[in-house]
Design a protein around this ligand. Structure first.
Ligand SMILES: C[S@@+](CC[C@H](N)C(=O)[O-])C[C@H]1O[C@@H](n2cnc3c(N)ncnc32)[C@H](O)[C@@H]1O
Length: 212
């Protein structure tokens, strides 16, 4: 009983801390004002300001798209006829011009479903802002991060066109050895970028590369 009360108290304190941090966060406030679904929208805006890839895309896939901040930016900056598909394990509240699939990217059927949506044509932009839920176990989290990035690379190999752009969240210290070799084998002009909107305390950085 005592333990349950203590756990409840800790949960409340942590959610109060989260709320205080959000209310003091410039990008959280800007997202509310600008009508974006997440502060992450500004990460994609800043990545695009640096690498300028959104304006000319015909087909975009966003892995781990919910609540939809990146999709909003992809739709805003891409040409009108651009086909956009978002995938996530959690629901996405409807967005105009966007098709959504509620699926795990590890689902065996996912690549076929993506190919069907894009009429079996290769696509020119693959984005992933996915991160696994933290388990509290550093080694397990590391394995999960690496397998997410490996899966993104597998999907990129199947559906991204030559010179198509891959933008993927990775984590500092997350890409090592075999994973870096896989990236070099399949990608060109690999660049790493930490947008200002990414919290300094977060180990996340973004990889921007072209498919070989
Ligand atoms: C940081 S959020 C993405 C925020 C989004 N870019 C935006 O701007 O609103 C990461 C998302 O990745 C999703 N995700 C994590 N693992 C996944 C998986 N295996 N398959 C599909 N989605 C996954 C989570 O459900 C979560 O919604």
């Amino acid at each position: 009983m005592k333990e349950r009360i203590l756990k409840k108290k800790q949960k409340k304190e942590s959610s109060n801390r989260w709320l205080r941090r959000q209310l003091n966060d410039e990008y959280y406030i800007r997202a509310k004002i600008d009508g974006f679904r997440s502060r992450s929208s500004y990460k994609l805006i800043q990545i695009n300001e640096k690498f300028n890839f959104l304006g000319s895309r015909k087909s975009i896939l966003d892995l781990g798209c919910s609540p939809g901040g990146w999709l909003q930016i992809a739709d805003k900056f891409s040409p009108n006829n651009c086909k956009i598909l978002g995938i996530d394990i959690i629901d996405l509240k409807k967005l105009p011009n966007i098709t959504f699939l509620k699926k795990d990217i590890f689902d065996a059927e996912i690549i076929n479903k993506i190919k069907d949506f894009f009429d079996n044509k290769k696509i020119d932009l693959l984005m992933s802002d996915m991160s696994p839920n933290s388990s509290g176990n550093k080694n397990l989290d590391h394995i999960r991060i690496v397998s997410l990035v490996e899966r993104v690379l597998e999907i990129a190999n199947e559906i991204l066109d030559k010179d198509g752009i891959l933008v993927s969240k990775i984590f500092q210290g997350g890409a090592q050895g075999e994973l870096i070799e896989k990236m070099k084998k399949n990608l060109n002009t690999i660049k790493y970028f930490k947008p200002k909107a990414s919290r300094v305390v977060s180990a996340e950085i973004y990889l921007v590369a072209k498919k070989k």
